[in-house]
Design a protein around this ligand. Sequence first.
Ligand code: FAD
Length: 423
Amino acid sequence: MIAQSHFDVIVIGGGPAGSTAAALLAAKGHRVLLLEKEKFPRYHVGESLMPFCWFTLERLGVLEEMNRIAFTKKYSVQFVTPDGRQSQPFYFFEHSDHPSSTTWQVERADFDLMLLENARKKGAEVRELTPVQRVIKDDSGRVIGVEAAGPDGKVFRALAQMTIDCSGREQVATARDGWRVKDTNLNKLAIWTYYRAAKRDPGIDEGNTTVAYVEDRGWFWYIPLRGDLVSVGIVAEKDYLFSDTKDPAEILKREIGRNEWIKDHLSAGEQVGQYWVTSEFSYRSKFCAGDGLLLAGDAFAFLDPVFSSGVFLALISGEMAADAVDAALVAGDTSGAQFADYGGRLCDVIESMRKLVYAFYDVNFSFGKMLKRHPEQRARLTDCLIGNLAVDFTALFSAMNELVQTPAPLPHGREAAPSLATV
Ligand SMILES: Cc1cc2nc3c(=O)[nH]c(=O)nc-3n(C[C@H](O)[C@H](O)[C@H](O)COP(=O)(O)OP(=O)(O)OC[C@H]3O[C@@H](n4cnc5c(N)ncnc54)[C@H](O)[C@@H]3O)c2cc1C
């Protein structure tokens, strides 16, 4: 006989989206079970935060803890040409005099552990080393809970009125239903690793994110972490990266030679640890919800690493999911239709970022060129880049459209599935 227990909400996955949703729902007094397959702290890519992460972190009550851990402070982003010319760092505090203008570069093992512990403190029951194997549906197709295996390997069932899938790219609840739709124009691949004792810029520029271009091909991220560690990776088309070898170490070495700034900064350092590769990173789910089910974070969509929007979208979607699920539970209606507003608002946010990402990858476009023509759009562009997405970007996007065709919004993701029995 399989053991069975009951909750108000089950959260699958304890990354930033899951821990945020679980903490906020538990704080509202709901009985929340969070199931995480790994034992934290665990490694995860995605270290550079966007300034507007601050607001969700404040609501979660973890800002003091962020400062205690003393993650690297990030005041700006800078861009570097292939021949090593460095743009003026783009300081967030010049745009807004608010604490959110100082953000962080975080080791995700520590950041995610802090958020998971916060969910526990707020009253969620958190079980690690507990992979969810499948969601359980009733005859109508409504999700009524999950089947998972505990650390002892024993399978158990947990039932709840709502399940929130925050399992990241694994998309546990919907992978079998084929909800993932690739954004084929953003079909990139990333290769990355870490260096110790590589060069850092002086003073407050020490924690900058640097985006360094490889001529017409792709770009590097250079993210200084605590101590003397730097995260460095390249993003480009797969065919280009794999053109003469599939060995990630060889590829990264070759590409490092194609940007003078990266070559110079890494020359003083020593590569440590393994090389990582990931592909197919741009997608959105066909639906945002179903009866008894809601998707948040990467389990709903992933755009691209270039503007460091991933953790921000995970945090705000976790927050929005908590509010939407709380409202649905209070109203006594957890049908998918309850979440159309959630899906619509989240897609609007992603679409704004998506336009910038498409423009970034267009070889005929540059933000510098656009700002020369339309200097009045600098503030709106900055709003978009820091995550202040509540403003009207119509004028910014028409200015961009003079130089590049920004993509039409994707039609899917806004609505809930009509019935999970039929999709
Ligand atoms: C190459 C690359 C570089 C990136 N760089 C950045 C960056 O600089 N800045 C940024 O903001 N974002 C970046 N991102 C994106 C960022 O990593 C993600 O968007 C972010 O981690 C999403 O958070 P999440 O909570 O949705 O999912 P995750 O952080 O992936 O968390 C999901 C959790 O679910 C757990 N899980 C999975 N399956 C199961 C299961 N069956 N049962 C239970 N638990 C399960 C996992 O163990 C994991 O802990 C990058 C992404 C890539 C691919």
